[in-house]
Every structure is written in C-alpha cells, then in structure tokens.
Design a protein around this ligand. Structure first.
Ligand code: HEC
Ligand code: HEC
Length: 391
C-alpha cells in the first residue's frame, strides 16, 4: 500500500462511524461502489461481476474456465473466485502453535484470498481494482476520478466526512473503506439459510438432509466437519461458519483450462506462492495448501476449489471419497499408462497432500467412505446452507 493511501486510511479510521446511522450509510454507499461497473478499464466490470449475489457471491465474470476473466475478457486469472459472503468472519492471517496428537505443530490460520495474503478488506480491495487481469484501474488517481464522477459521490463524501478539497488518496481510501463496510453488512452475511432456520427451531430438515448432516459430521464417514467446522452444541449461527480458517492440501487434479498451466513448470502452491512468500515459521509441508472455505452458499457457486476444477457440487463431494479408491477416474495418465496422482503439485510437494484423515484415508480397492446415495444426501444437506430460505 502506498504511504499516501495508508495515511488517508489512518485519518479515516481515526474518525470512526460516529453512530449506527453512519455505519449504515457507509455500507449503503459501499453497496453502490460494489456494483459500480464504471470502476474498471474498459468499463463494464464491477466487484459483483465476479462476486455475484445470485451465484453465492462468487462467479468468474462469465468465464467458463474455472478461473476469473477480467475487464479485458482475454485476461484470465489463475484462481477461481471465492465467495465474499461470510468473509467478514475470516480472522487476520496468523501462524499459531496448536497441539495435535500430543505434539505441538504450527498452523496457518485466517487471512483473505485462497492463500491468506491479505488481512483486511481494505488491504484486499487494492488487488482486484488495480490488477491488469481484473478491473485494471491505473491507480488511486484513476479510482478517485471515477468516484468523484459517480452518482453516489455526495453520499460517499457525506458518509466519510470528506472535505471539498479532499485529495485522490482520501477519495480512494473512502471508496475502499465503503466496500469494506458493505462486505461487513448483514446483506452479505445474512444467516438466512434453511440451516439457520433449523438452528432457530423455525424449520426441520427433510430425512435426506438430516442423513446428509449426520454423514457430514461423522468422523468415520464424510468427516467434513473436521475442517468445515461448526460448534455443534451452539445455536448461534455465527458459530456455524463451516470452516476453521486453517489450510490443507487436497491434491486436486490440474485444471488444463487455466492459461498459466500451459507452462509445465508453473504450479499454484497456495501458501508458498506464486502470490506470497511462505510465511515465517512454516516449513515446506504447507506448500500446496489453501484456506478451508466456508460452505455457506456453496450450492449456488458455479465452480469449486481454488482452481475451479468442478462445476457440479456432487462431483466435488465425490472427489473427496473416490480420490484414493478410484484414482484413475480423477487424474490423467502419463508414460506407461501410469496414473499421475496429485499432478497439480511438483513431485517434491506431493507428500504434502492429506492422505491420513477420513474421508481420504482409503486405498485403491477399498470401498469409498460414502456411497453414491450418501453423496446425494450430503449434497442435499449442503443445499440447506444457501441463504434466502423461505418456507
Ligand atoms: C475479475 C474477477 C474479480 C473481480 C472483478 C473482483 N474479484 Fe474479488 N476475488 C476474485 C478472485 C479470483 C479472488 C481469489 C484470488 C486469490 O485467492 O488469489 C477474489 C477474492 C476476493 C476476496 C477474498 C475472499 C476470501 O474469502 O478470501 C474478497 C473479500 C474480494 N475478492 C472482494 C472483492 C471486491 C471488494 C472487489 C471489487 C473492488 C472484487 N473482489 C472484484 C475475483 C474478482
Ligand atoms: C482436512 C480438511 C478438509 C476436510 C476433511 C474436508 N474439506 Fe472440504 N475443503 C477443504 C479445503 C482446504 C478446501 C479448499 C481446497 C482447495 O481449493 O484447494 C475445501 C473445499 C471444499 C469445497 C469447495 C468449496 C469452494 O468454495 O470452492 C467443497 C464443496 C467442500 N470442501 C466440501 C467438503 C465435504 C462435503 C467434505 C466431507 C466429505 C469436506 N469438504 C471435507 C478442507 C477439507
């Protein structure tokens, strides 16, 4: 972040939302910034082009490759767009010591983006706004000029108390802070799913959903809740975010539709880059690990996993239980018809893939942890996590 923008943020944050009304004003104007398609070059792409509320606040701006297309349609990114719903609950990035099976291990927790490299919405927003493959603005002056010309300019000025002669950095910081206020608002994280209605004792699961929920939780079946964590005994929806914000390497197959993957030496290693340095205190065992995403609104999302490999939710669940029992169905073949397991990681990091924990603790020939009927039940359960439930 430039010093000017940092100073502008410091000044804005020093004048906190004085009242509830100000916070609401800031979120309201932030909503307009979020949907403003003039904030890209060429125009036509807003935050919502990739974070579309109808697609679970995800989507890739119409790209069918699994990764996002920018305002220049031919510029493709390297990752699938994650949901921004419930992103307000992601804690800042940290390396923590936790006790596991009687020994201390260091784990990465939190941070925005699949690799946790941004610790706040304010830090995060500069990514898409100024990235050539996303909104492609040339810098703060460019952003400020567009905000000054926007129909909501007066509302933005009022919500953040900008003076008549506010400079570019101050305008840019206000626009970015407004985006943060919107993404922290209940519109983006409404807790309005059927699952929440059940927590509030206002609805009941169907038999298939109830079976799916049990399979999701059971340690010897889906074991999904080992990473997509909920506080089972709590009725507070905020303790049911379906993630513990930790990182794991799933060993997904390579997505050949990602242009960057045309280079056989390119690998997306998540915590080890290409977009960040391996965090201090962690060893190379974390290379290939990505943050556990929330599963709220998952059924509405058009693509799954960091490389957008799947478009079908059942297929995403099937991958978990058949990866090790039927590797031939999931990976390409190499020389001598050999199955190239974990082919989206360089050989030296393939040992980082989780093969010890259910559901992926099986070997070829064994029965998968979930049958086809059970996969369908888990999917029925996952559909209860979509916001906007009405009876
Ligand atoms: C061209 C598509 C595109 C546009 C436009 C876009 N994003 Fe994103 N967004 C992405 C992708 C892809 C990622 C994941 C990148 C990564 O992990 O490296 C992402 C990640 C995020 C995250 C992190 C979510 C999480 O759980 O880690 C937030 C928050 C976010 N975007 C907000 C915004 C905002 C605000 C805007 C508008 C200023 C915006 N995005 C515009 C594609 C887009
Ligand atoms: C050991 C931890 C772990 C377990 C167990 C686990 N997951 Fe995941 N899950 C992850 C991680 C990490 C990702 C993101 C991986 C990536 O994209 O590289 C993920 C991603 C997903 C996604 C894609 C979501 C998105 O936004 O793209 C779905 C769907 C999902 N998991 C469902 C499940 C289900 C269903 C189960 C149980 C059968 C399960 N997970 C078990 C860690 C886990």
């Amino acid at each position: 972040m430039t010093t000017a923008l940092l100073l502008a943020f410091a000044a804005l944050l020093a004048t906190p939302a004085r009242s509830q009304t100000t916070a609401v004003d800031r979120a309201q104007v932030g909503r307009q910034v979020f949907f403003d398609a003039t904030l890209s070059e060429p125009r036509g792409v807003s935050c919502a082009s990739c974070h579309n509320p109808d697609l679970g606040w995800a989507g890739n701006n119409g790209s069918v490759t699994g990764v996002a297309a920018g305002s220049h349609r031919d510029r493709l990114g390297r990752r699938n767009t994650p949901t921004v719903s419930y992103a307000a609950f992601v804690p800042p990035f940290a390396v923590k010591a936790v006790r596991e099976d009687g020994r201390w291990v260091r784990k990465a927790v939190g941070g925005l983006f699949w690799d946790g490299r941004a610790s706040s919405f304010e830090e995060q927003a500069r990514g898409p706004l100024f990235a050539a493959a996303e909104m492609n603005l040339s810098g703060e002056a460019d952003l400020a000029a567009r905000l000054r010309a926007a129909p909501y300019a007066d509302a933005l000025r009022a919500a953040f108390g900008l003076s008549a002669d506010a400079d570019d950095a101050t305008w840019a910081a206000a626009g970015i802070a407004a985006l943060g206020a919107f993404q922290r608002s209940p519109e983006v994280s409404p807790f309005s799913s059927k699952y929440d209605a059940v927590l509030r004792r206002e609805a009941r699961f169907t038999p298939a959903e109830a079976r799916g929920r049990r399979l999701f939780m059971a340690e010897d079946k889906g074991n999904c809740a080992a990473c997509h964590v909920v506080a089972e005994r709590s009725r507070d929806p905020r303790r049911h975010l379906f993630t513990d914000f930790t990182y794991d390497a799933l060993g997904l197959a390579r997505n050949p539709r990602i242009p960057a993957n045309a280079d056989p030496d390119f690998f997306d290693l998540g915590l080890c880059g290409p977009d960040r340095r391996r965090p201090d205190g962690l060893d190379a065992a974390v290379c290939g690990a990505f943050r556990v995403p929330t599963l709220r609104n998952v059924a509405k999302r058009p693509f799954y996993f960091h490389n957008g490999l799947f478009t079908d939710l059942a297929q995403a669940v099937r991958f978990y239980v058949q990866r090790d029992t039927h590797p031939r169905d999931w990976y390409p073949r190499g020389g001598g018809n050999r199955v190239l397991r974990f082919d989206d990681l360089p050989a030296r990091h393939r040992g980082n893939v989780n093969v010890d924990e259910a559901p992926y603790d099986r070997r070829p020939g064994q029965a998968p942890r979930l049958s086809e009927a059970e996969i369908a039940d888990v999917v029925a359960f996952l559909r209860t996590l979509d916001d906007g439930y009405t009876r």
